[in-house]
Structure formats: structure tokens, C-alpha cells
Design a protein around this ligand. Structure first.
Ligand code: AVJ
Ligand code: FE
Length: 442
């Protein structure tokens, strides 16, 4: 990885930038200018804000900070600074029009490709192994995921299309419900993954007690049993703030679900369809995941438990990059990269299983964990405090593993995502865990 030769690094950076831009183009050309500038939800920016923000961050980090160039349009910087204006306020700003935003993005990218050709990808932390280029490819892909959320919230006919994932393999129905993850120390986080972001660093040892983890994410069918058992009407399953949320918004099911004539339906990218029982549940808040787990006599895994399940190789004692080993994700490992517009059935991707046989830890749905978003021991903000550091604390819960909407460049066994525990529009599901009794912990 980090010691790849300069030409390999350059090709990899170029490839990841091109992949991101092709997805950005799909997400911003499949609807008209009105839909690009409209606010589809107060939770989200207009799509055209994300587009110009992607270009502005690329200009800032690559052309100005790496390349030493002067700002192209300094007067627009404040408009695209995420900390100056909350999302709900962004439609009222003097945003670049769609054609202007596209032109700006194309002009920045042209100059970035020249810069990539002429820059040595080593010598400073920002340049080593092409980090800044990798960071910007990840940033664009993260905003592509954000734009996909906006598309999911948008009302009106479908604008996006993709083939469904393959059906689950025959053994999916015979999998054990849970797997024992042995206790003991393992290496959490990384000090060697070249494009890992600051919050994933440094590698450190964490000792955990033995526990059981669900073999697959919780499915819509599992979750329906909670609903049908009156789960949304029973305060004892809910954390106090979660129960307050249920009451305030009269929640009865995941976001985008509705009940019509005795049947549960869901809206997915402009289409209405029956809730698929075998698919991992999506669009639940942390509070709903937590309540389901309590109802099931279980709990959410901690972030450390999740990472041990995903990375620890019992044969060698090493932590690996992914559940299947150190190879980059391919189409047989995981449902990533918006190749499909939905999660695959529980039990899919046997080639992506962990050594213990746990499936779909990477891809399909983000998985809520029990943990607050906190720095690892030895954390250092890099290259800017506003990526992670300003969010550390008890307000945010950590999500792991990535969803169908996440590109492989922004997905690793160490990758950490975070959001408020009330959030439901993100592509989040969960799996549950329980402590192993001493007699069970072989
Ligand atoms: C890591 C997904 C929480 O979208 O708010 C994008 C990523 N940071 N631009 C977000 C991010 C700056 C971030 N999350
Ligand atoms: Fe951003």
C-alpha cells in the first residue's frame, strides 16, 4: 500500500478521482435544474450545493494547499464552507447555478489532473502515498452518498436505476443466527493504511470480553416482528430520549415505510414496493436499533466489538484490512459503490465473510454501534480539525461497515462514520450482540 511505486500511486489516485466524478455526474444529471436547486428536505442541501462544495474542497486542498495556487473565486468560499451555513439555510444563499457549478468543478479537475502528473507523492504527510488526492476522492464519494440520500428523500418519479443484487446463496437460510467472537486483545485502528483518515488512527490494542454477534444484519422480517409485537408502543424497550422521539413524531415503523390495506410498503428512490422480509432493515435511527435489540433480549455491539469481528484473524492474531483479508473490495466481497440501489438479502456475499463466518460486515447497510464518537488514544487531527475533532463527544453514535451507497475508496475495516442517534434518512441498519457467559466462552 504505502510503499507502492510512484506510478502505481499516481494511477490509483487518478482512477479513484475519475470514479468519483463519474458518480457525481450520474447523481447531478439524472434530474433537471429545478430539482438540482430545490431543497428536497430541510435535513439536506440542494444537490447543486454539494456539487460546488465538492469542487471547492478539491480546489482548497489540492490546488491551493498542495499546488500553492491562488484561490480561483475567493468570494464563493464562505458559501461552500459547511460550518458557516447549516443545511436548512443553504437554499437561501447565492449559490452557483447548475451550469456554473459544473463549469467550476470541471475547471478545478482539469488543473488537478495536471498537478497530479507533476507532483511527487511523498515528502510531506499531506502528499505521502498521494494522501491528499485520496482524501479528496473520499470526500467526493461521501458527498455522493449524501446526494443519494437527497435522491431518496426527493418526491416524484424515479430518476435513478440499477439492477437488483443477486439473490442470497442457498446456505443463507442455514446460517447460525449468531457467532462467538473470542475474547482477548486485538489491534483496533491503523497506523499503516495509507489513505485512512485521522479518526481511524493510531493503531492501538483493545482487550474485549467474549461476545456473540449476529451472523447477518437484522432483516426487515425480523424488524416486522418487533413492530407486530407492539414495539413502538412499549416504553420499556426504549432509551428515554428514544421514547420521547417516538411520542413526538408518532413513529410506528422505519422511515419510508407505510401500511396500506394490511400490507407494509416502502418507498425506495421513487418506487413503492412491498417491504422485503429477507433484506437488512434500513432507515432506522440509533434509538430504534437500540429498542429492537432490547426487545430481542440483546444489545448493540460496541465499536471495538464490531471491529474485532470484522478484522481479527484468529489464525494469526493479526488485524486485517477487511473481513475477507487484505484485498481491496471486489463485487463478490460486498455490496458497495451504488452498483445496486438497495441492500442484498441477509446471508449474501459468502466470499466476503469473516474468518468466523460473519457476513455482510462491509457493505449493504451502515451498522449502528453502541459507542459514542470518541478519539482513539494518541489521536491527532489531520489535516483539519473540522473533519473529526469538532464532532467528538456524546452527541454522535458511531456507524461501521458502509452501505450499498458507499464507494470502496471510503470503506475499510477501520473506517468510522458518525451521526445523531435520531437520524433515519441515512442508509443505516444494525446487527445485535450479547455477552458470552463464562461457560459459552470456549
Ligand atoms: C463522515 C459522513 C459524517 O458528511 O458530514 C463530508 C463526511 N466531512 N465533508 C459528513 C464529510 C466533510 C461527514 N461524515
Ligand atoms: Fe464536505
Amino acid at each position: 500500500e504505502a510503499d507502492a511505486d510512484p506510478e502505481t500511486l499516481r494511477r490509483r489516485a487518478l482512477d479513484r478521482l475519475i470514479t468519483a466524478r463519474s458518480r457525481t455526474r450520474t447523481l447531478t444529471t439524472c434530474v433537471d435544474d429545478h430539482d438540482l436547486t430545490a431543497q428536497h428536505s430541510p435535513l439536506m442541501s440542494p444537490l447543486v450545493w454539494d456539487l460546488a462544495h465538492i469542487a471547492n474542497q478539491e480546489e482548497l486542498w489540492l490546488l491551493r494547499n498542495v499546488g500553492g495556487r491562488d484561490p480561483m473565486h475567493p468570494e464563493i468560499d464562505p458559501i461552500y464552507d459547511a460550518f458557516e451555513h447549516p443545511r436548512a439555510e443553504r437554499p437561501t444563499l447565492p449559490l452557483l447555478a447548475p451550469a456554473e457549478a459544473r463549469g467550476y468543478a470541471a475547471e478545478v479537475r482539469g488543473r488537478v489532473l495536471d498537478l497530479l502528473d507533476s507532483t511527487e507523492l511523498r515528502g510531506t504527510p499531506l502528499l505521502d502515498a498521494g494522501f491528499a488526492f485520496g482524501m479528496i476522492a473520499q470526500h467526493e464519494q461521501q458527498h455522493d452518498e449524501t446526494m443519494l440520500i437527497t435522491h431518496q428523500l426527493r418526491r416524484g418519479p424515479a430518476a435513478l436505476d440499477a439492477p437488483p443484487p443477486a439473490p442470497a446463496p442457498a446456505d443463507a437460510l442455514r446460517l447460525p443466527a449468531e457467532v462467538l467472537v473470542p475474547g482477548g486483545p486485538f489491534t483496533m485502528g491503523t497506523s499503516t493504511e495509507a489513505w485512512a483518515l485521522d479518526n481511524e488512527r493510531p493503531a492501538h490494542t483493545v482487550d474485549i470480553a467474549p461476545f456473540f454477534l449476529d451472523t447477518t444484519p437484522v432483516t426487515c422480517g425480523d424488524y416486522l416482528a418487533f413492530i407486530e409485537d407492539g414495539g413502538y408502543h412499549e416504553p420499556r424497550w426504549w432509551a428515554p430520549d428514544g421514547w420521547a422521539m417516538v411520542r413526538e413524531h408518532t413513529l410506528t415503523a422505519p422511515l419510508f415505510w407505510s401500511r396500506e390495506g394490511g400490507q407494509w410498503l416502502r418507498r425506495r428512490f421513487g418506487l413503492i414496493e412491498p417491504v422485503p422480509r429477507e433484506e437488512p432493515v434500513l432507515h432506522v435511527s440509533w434509538y430504534e436499533a437500540d429498542a429492537y435489540a432490547r426487545w430481542a433480549g440483546r444489545r448493540l455491539p460496541t465499536e471495538a466489538e464490531w471491529e474485532k469481528a470484522a478484522r481479527h484473524d484468529p489464525a494469526t492474531g493479526r488485524s486485517r484490512r477487511f473481513p475477507w483479508g487484505d484485498a481491496d473490495p471486489g463485487p463478490d466481497h460486498a455490496n458497495l459503490g451504488q452498483r445496486h440501489l438497495r441492500p442484498a438479502a441477509a446471508g449474501s456475499y459468502p466470499q466476503g465473510a469473516s474468518p468466523l463466518g460473519i457476513r455482510q460486515l462491509i457493505g449493504d447497510v451502515w451498522e449502528w454501534t453502541a459507542s459514542d464518537f470518541l478519539p482513539y488514544p494518541g489521536f491527532r487531527a489531520f489535516p483539519y480539525r473540522e473533519y473529526s475533532e469538532v464532532f467528538f463527544g456524546s452527541a454522535y453514535k458511531v456507524l461501521r461497515g458502509g452501505a450499498f451507497a458507499v464507494d470502496p475508496v471510503a470503506c475499510r475495516g477501520t473506517f468510522r462514520n458518525w451521526d445523531y442517534p435520531v437520524r433515519r434518512q441515512i442508509f443505516a441498519g444494525f446487527r445485535t450482540a450479547r455477552d458470552a457467559a463464562p461457560s459459552e466462552a470456549v
